[in-house]
Design a protein around this ligand. Structure first.
Ligand SMILES: O=C(O)CC1=CCC(=O)O1
Length: 264
């Protein structure tokens, strides 16, 4: 287990693979921890140095009281990468992790060589939608919304054919610290990177599960269209978390992109 003090919080992270290999960094979604990337990391082992971490309020990282700002999440990741001396990385961000990735590319371009934006957008949902979710969770806890959240996370096929796995991911969601979940909802509620993201100039791949009910394919494609030269690839049959549901497809799209852009 690796823990580090960064930007005023304690972050839990994994750092695997040889120094000197291209560096891939993974930032995951609301209500999940870095185990979301286990299947992807297993498939890429030996080819990359890979850093996965629990953002504040999630997993084993500190969970300060809500609310958080997106700048807090971005500052945490910048501090982590600075301390690990990664230099510029290939940054893969899923959902709010994709917003953290956009924020880092905007504020610390020296740390980001390329972006992989997975099931994410410059702006996710509306302020009203996030406020309603936060109010429901303040009274009923995360469990009150677990069913609709899991419906957005996974395709109907996955939910019916893999019940034991579904139970595990539900446990990850409902065991997220409530302050961490609420704090991160507030950060998403207050984020609109449309202007800043449209000024980005680096290799970008955008991916989205065709069954994603949280950041639908049209939304993710619209974010890709903001960025000159960005490529959009649909991930067939997956919901919001293709890294869990169809890791082989995600790894193929990622490695094709890295080769095409001479990043490996
Ligand atoms: O919980 C959801 O609806 C999915 C989601 C939205 C932002 C995020 O990170 O996850």
């Amino acid at each position: 287990m690796h823990m580090i003090e960064a930007n005023g919080v304690t972050l839990h992270y994994a750092d695997t693979g040889e120094t000197g290999l291209p560096v891939l960094v993974f930032s995951n979604s609301l209500g999940t921890d870095f185990r979301s990337w286990d299947r992807v990391a297993k498939r890429l082992a030996g080819r990359f140095r890979m850093i996965r971490y629990d953002k504040r309020g999630h997993g084993l990282s500190s969970a300060p009281d809500a609310p958080y700002k997106m700048a807090d999440h971005v500052g945490d990741l910048a501090a982590l990468l600075d301390q690990l001396n990664t230099g510029p990385v290939i940054l893969v961000g899923l959902s709010v992790g994709g917003q953290i990735a956009q924020g880092l590319a905007i504020s610390r371009p020296d740390l980001v060589r390329a972006l992989v934006l997975c099931d994410t957008a410059a702006k996710i949902g509306t302020a009203e939608m996030w406020q309603t979710r936060m109010t429901t969770i303040e009274t009923g806890g995360i469990a009150a919304l677990a069913d609709p959240i899991l419906e957005r996370w996974f395709s109907a096929e996955f939910r019916t054919s893999r019940p034991a796995e579904l139970a595990g991911w539900r446990a990850m969601l409902t065991r997220t610290p409530v302050q961490g979940y609420l704090g991160t909802c507030a950060a998403i509620r207050d984020t609109d990177f449309t202007e800043e993201t449209s000024r980005l100039s680096l290799p970008v791949l955008a991916l989205c599960g065709t069954e994603d009910g949280a950041t639908p394919p049209e939304l993710v494609e619209a974010t890709a269209k903001l960025i000159k030269g960005a490529r959009y690839v649909p991930i067939q049959g997956a919901g919001h978390l293709p890294c869990i549901e169809v890791p082989d497809t995600l790894v193929q799209a990622l490695t094709d992109f890295l080769k095409e852009n001479a990043l490996v």
